[in-house]
Design a protein around this ligand. Structure first.
Ligand code: ATP
Length: 140
């Protein structure tokens, strides 16, 4: 069976491009597993971790939403933002989480609550992906 080719791009850059064996993506209606030979598909993504396996190695990224297309064993992810686990600035994500939580707690009339909720989700996905990587690298 031919491998899958995975490209993850944002408006700013090509974040990931490689042949992989499996992709698990945060589809807007739930987690989506894609193996070689998968039927053609176009779906939206929600904020969440996206991971891919190549041989026995796994790569995990934080995605904040976008689109995913599968066609002829090619998976194209057009992401709003995407960072590989090792690129995530943990302190920045923590600060973003705290800021969003404060806005949601204070509920000032000028606060765009939907925007604050979206920022909270993005920060939590980044924290989850970055912490998982740290846990894998430094098991207790
Ligand atoms: P912040 O408030 O910290 O800017 P944000 O959720 O508003 O967070 P986004 O608008 O989603 O940030 O992303 C803007 C750019 O910054 C994107 O290129 C994204 O990949 C990058 N980015 C955001 N947060 C982080 C982080 N914690 N580590 C590394 N890159 C990040």
């Amino acid at each position: 069976m031919p491998a899958l080719h995975l490209d993850i791009v944002t408006a700013e850059r090509l974040v990931y491009s490689d042949d992989v064996d499996l992709v698990v993506a945060p589809g807007s209606v739930g987690e989506l597993g894609i193996l070689p030979g998968h039927a053609a598909l176009l779906t939206t993504l929600q904020p969440g971790p996206l991971w891919a396996r190549k041989n026995s190695e796994e790569v995990t990224l934080a995605i904040s939403g976008g689109f995913l297309e599968v066609r002829d064993n090619r998976v194209l992810v057009l992401a709003d933002t995407a960072e590989r686990a090792e690129e995530i600035d943990l302190e920045r994500a923590r600060a973003a989480e705290e800021r969003a939580r404060r806005l949601l707690t204070e509920k000032q009339p000028t606060t765009d609550l939907a925007r604050a909720e979206a920022a909270l989700r993005r920060s939590q996905v980044r924290l989850k992906v970055a912490r998982r990587r740290r846990a894998v690298e430094a098991p207790r």
